[in-house]
Ligand binder design. Structure first.
Ligand code: SAH
Ligand code: SF4
Length: 365
């Protein structure tokens, strides 16, 4: 039985390996159960056993599934496989940040960044190789979209790093702020979130997961319908013209429509929408910008996250000085709007925002 016979929604071209075996780690628990029953003629509960071996025990070989019969293990090995990322490089920063470079089955690579803080350990996850959105200031944007990551490749970033960490120092928070536009890869993001949130798999709370988007308006609505995770919007501008200049996606979805989508995003109690605002010197860093941004966000349960631009030699943009950033922040704080400044982490290993680019991804040019 093929994936199409099952009507699985994951139609990624790498769902099967060269031998035609199915990538089981790209299936939700329900999909796996259906494949067991309809594809293998097995009992449904066997699927849950296998699913737990995969995600709770982290095993990567069917042979290790000791409560599964020998025959079934052999059948699984014939029809399916367990995808693992190959850890090509780990760079550790003096501030504790660690950047992981993962090799994929087809030779491309993506990165994840682990950010330990006092009260949390955050993993910044990639969702695509490259990105189609072409934001002018972003190195990932230069690559264009090479391909979507499949669910196993997204969840493995979390599972494989967790397996390396001591039990009391495991990942507590996930942010989809690595390479790629997660909402452009909504199907696979959705499957990944189901696995990440499932008690029988990685058991994250939806409160600890944040998806960051450049503002794909219809997909923001769809995410809201499917999975109630935290939403972050990369606004980065205080006028439509300014945003169009740095974020071409604004031609398709106006800044006003993005803010409207944020306004309509359902929020659980105590939750807020994060508006990320990359600050560029003499471009969007004046107090007039702050005042406009404040007006735009009125009536939304919002918090603002200022990100001083991480400079790159290939770009003319500069980062504002610390006083300008402070004054911008104070504008909001003095008016009762929650506003933080993102500290640069992992600068010495190029792990900061917008530095995850072509160089490491196996993409030529
Ligand atoms: N594609 C998604 C998530 C990945 S980008 C998005 O755009 O939201 C994560 C964040 O890094 C975004 O807020 C983006 O605006 C920011 N960013 C990109 N390049 C940057 C740079 N050079 N300096 C600072 N922030 C940057
Ligand atoms: Fe893509 Fe986000 Fe970079 Fe824009 S900022 S190019 S959406 S990764």
């Amino acid at each position: 039985m093929t994936q199409d016979d099952l009507g699985l929604k994951n139609r990624h071209k790498l769902m099967y390996d060269a031998e035609g075996r199915l990538d089981l780690k790209s299936l939700t628990r329900e999909e796996l159960e259906r494949w067991f029953v309809e594809g293998l003629g097995e009992k449904r509960f066997r699927a849950l056993q296998v699913y737990k071996w995969i995600w709770q025990r982290g095993i990567s070989d069917f042979a290790e599934m000791t409560n599964v019969s020998k025959d079934l293990r052999a059948l699984l090995a014939e029809r399916a496989y367990l995808c693992t990322l190959s850890e090509r490089l780990v760079q550790r920063s003096s501030d504790g940040t660690a950047k992981y470079l993962w090799g994929l089955e087809d030779g491309y690579a993506v990165e994840s960044v682990l950010i330990p803080e006092e009260d949390r350990i955050t993993l910044c996850v990639s969702s695509q190789v490259g990105c189609a959105m072409g934001c002018r200031f972003c190195l990932t944007g230069d690559m264009g979209l090479v391909r979507h990551l499949k669910p196993s490749e997204i969840v493995n970033q979390v599972a494989q790093i967790n397996a390396e960490l001591p039990e009391d120092r495991r990942i507590t928070n996930l942010v989809f702020m690595g390479m790629g536009e997660p909402l452009h890869n909504l199907e696979h993001l959705d499957t990944s979130l189901q696995i990440l949130l499932d008690d029988d798999a990685l058991n994250f709370s939806h409160r600890k997961i944040t998806v960051s988007t450049s503002g794909l308006v219809p997909q923001i609505g769809k995410l809201a319908e499917r999975t109630p995770v935290n939403l972050a919007i990369s606004l980065n501008a205080s006028t439509e013209a300014q945003r169009r200049e740095i974020m071409p996606i604004t031609e398709r979805y106006s800044m006003a429509s993005v803010i409207e989508a944020a306004r309509n995003y359902p929020l659980g109690s105590g939750k807020r929408i994060t508006f990320e605002y990359v600050m560029f010197k003499d471009f969007n860093d004046s107090l007039e910008d702050a005042a406009r941004l404040y007006r735009l966000l009125r009536g939304i349960k919002a918090k603002v996250n200022l990100i001083p631009y991480n400079e790159n030699p290939s770009r003319d943009y500069r980062k504002p000085d610390a006083q300008t950033v402070k004054a911008f922040q104070n504008y909001f704080v003095s008016r009762g709007l929650n506003c933080s400044v993102r500290s640069t982490r992992g600068d010495d290993i190029s792990a900061a925002c917008g530095q995850l680019g072509r160089e490491a991804s196996g993409v030529g040019g």
